[in-house]
Design a protein around this ligand. Structure first.
Ligand code: SAH
Length: 275
């Protein structure tokens, strides 16, 4: 088992509010996730992060008019992009009140404004009826949750039979041991991450929550460049912050960079089906 750190929806929300205030969650265009580069592709990180969103959308088997749930919607950038590109309705939930406000503000300026809705809600206790959605996606959000199996069971409940769930998340290909444990523990602490799982743990939790696994791929090498780009952006921002916040953001940058250089650092793309 990989180690676990204590997080709560409140502590996660507060951390995102601090990072939002510092400006780190909008530095790279508003997506709060890694970029994805195809083999040999040379595009800036802001495009590569959108490309990760498109990869997720492609796995959702979307049809116009469908209703989707975005679990941990961040600033709403992925939800707006998917709603606009595919003519679907997306409801985004987050445990950061700043993100709800920011997402609503971005939606106002978007052509897809009537197709999205953002609210403060906990994925482990979803305020939706059974079968309310045709599908769901969770981009780098499950890792924050103290009980991912409960969240996955809640998602199974609110997605209709036959609907899909697409997840992306950091993973540990092999356990971080010895001195490297400090990198992992530091990363969990600074980002309020509950755990970075092994692929087998992801498989087991999905099965336990009643999802049928269609695909689990480690795309770690296609996203690896992201960590260095993000760390550099964080350091730029830290230069103009008050000393305590600057120290926190610099520490976050260092840990992100160290994680990204580690061969055990992977990244999973998972597609599951609600039986
Ligand atoms: N998916 C977004 C944001 C990723 S950041 C993007 O790709 O841009 C992680 C997100 O997960 C944040 O929005 C955070 O508020 C959300 N999150 C973490 N724990 C959560 C929980 N228990 N319930 C709902 N959202 C949660």
């Amino acid at each position: 088992m990989t180690q676990q750190s204590d997080t709560t929806p409140d502590s996660v929300g507060e951390t995102y509010d601090v990072f939002a205030d510092a400006g780190t969650t909008t530095a790279l265009g508003g997506n709060i996730h890694v970029g994805y580069w195809k083999e040999g592709q040379d595009i800036p990180i802001t495009e590569a992060t959108d490309q990760l969103t498109d990869l997720v959308a492609g796995r959702l088997a979307l049809q116009p008019g469908q209703r989707l749930l975005d679990v941990g919607c961040g600033n709403g950038v992925p939800a707006l992009r998917i709603a606009q590109a595919h003519g679907v309705h997306v409801t985004g939930i987050t445990v950061s009140s700043q993100q709800v406000a920011r997402a609503a503000e971005l939606a106002e300026k978007s052509a897809a404004r009537d197709e999205v809705g953002f609210l403060f809600a906990d994925a482990m206790k979803l305020p939706f009826e059974d079968g309310s959605f045709d599908g769901a996606f969770a981009i780098e959000s499950l890792l924050h949750m103290p009980d991912q199996t409960v969240a996955l069971a809640e998602l199974r409940r609110v997605v209709r039979p036959g609907g899909r769930l697409v997840i992306t998340d950091l993973c540990q290909r092999l356990p971080f041991t010895g001195e490297d444990r400090a990198v992992l523990d530091g990363l969990l602490a600074v980002y309020e991450i509950a755990r970075i799982s092994a692929p087998d743990e992801q498989r087991a939790r999905l099965a336990e929550a009643g999802w049928q696994l269609l695909e689990l791929t480690d795309i770690g090498e296609q996203v690896r460049a992201s960590y260095g780009h993000s760390a550099a952006a964080f350091r730029d921002i830290a230069a103009s912050l008050d000393p305590p916040t600057a120290a926190r953001i610099t520490a976050a940058a260092d840990l992100l960079e160290a994680f990204g250089k580690h061969p055990h650092a992977g990244y999973v793309l998972i597609t599951a089906r609600r039986p």
